[in-house]
Design a binder for this molecule. Sequence first.
Ligand SMILES: [Mg+2]
Length: 303
Amino acid sequence: MASTHEERLQRARVSLEGLSVGDALGGFFEFNQAAVLDRAVKTRKLPDVQWHFTDDTNMALSIYENLRLYEQIEQQELAVSFATHYDRSRGYGPSIHRFVPRVLSGQPWREAASGAFDGAGSFGNGGAMRVSPVGAYFADDMDAVVKNAHASTEVTHSHPEGVAGAIAGAVAAALAWQLRSDTVDRNQFISRVLEHVPASDIYDRLQTASFLRDETTVQEAKAVLGNGSRVTAQDTVPFVLWCAGEKLTNYEEAIWLTASAGGDVDTTCAMVGGIVSMVTGLEGIPADWIAHREPLPAWALGD
Ligand SMILES: [Mg+2]
C-alpha cells in the first residue's frame, strides 16, 4: 500500500536530519590536513561549538519544503526556493552565483540554468548531495524516486552524470528504508541500487564499488572510487554508497568511516547520513549530535 503524504514527509524529515547532522559535522573536516582529520577520527572528539550546516543542507531544506507543499518536485518553485534562501556563507559551488539573480528576476529555471559549462550542464556533486529526502519521501514507489530525483537535480545539474549520481543517491535512501529490517551486505546493497541507475560513468564506478572484496579498507575504497575531492558526482557517489553499504545499520560509525577518508567531507557525510538514517531511524542519530547542529529553519519545516 502506498504511504500517505504524512508518512512520506516523516521519512523525508528523518533523512533531512541525517543529512544535515552529517553535513554540519563533516563541515569541520572538509579538505582538512590528513593529520588533523586522523586525530579527530581516532579520538572521536566532537567540535565543542555549534555545528553550522552548509549548502548541502540549505538546498535539501528547499527540497523538503517543495515535497511538503506539492507532494512531488515542482521545478520552478524549487528553483525559486534555492534562489530565495541562497546564503553565500554556506559554501556553494561556483555556478549558483549566476543562477540566483536570474531566477530572482523571474526567469524560468531552464533559462536561468542554461549556459552552465558551455551548455553541457554541471556534473558536480550538488544534485546528489541534497537528494536523499527525495528518496526517503517516495521510498514506497521506486519509479517516483527516480522521476523526482531527476527533476530535483536537473534544475541546477543537467549533465547526465550529475543526474545519474543523484538518482543513485535517492535510490540508495529509498532502498535503505525498504531493507531496514533485512540484513544485506555492502555489495548486495550497491547491486540493488544499480538496478535503477542509467548507463553512465557513475553506473560503471558503482559496479566497481560492488566488486570490492569484503576486507577492503576505507583507504583502499577511496583510492579506487575517489572521496569527493574533485567535487564531481562521479568522484563522490560511488564512494558514498560504499561507505553507506559498509555501515548501513549504524549512523555514528557510518559518519566516522566516511569522514576518515577526507575529501569533500561535508557532502560525503551528508549523503551517507541521509541514507543510513533510513535504516536507523531518528533514534539512530546521536541526540547530542542533533543538539550540536544549528536548528533547522521554520520556513522549510513548516512548523
Ligand atoms: Mg557543503
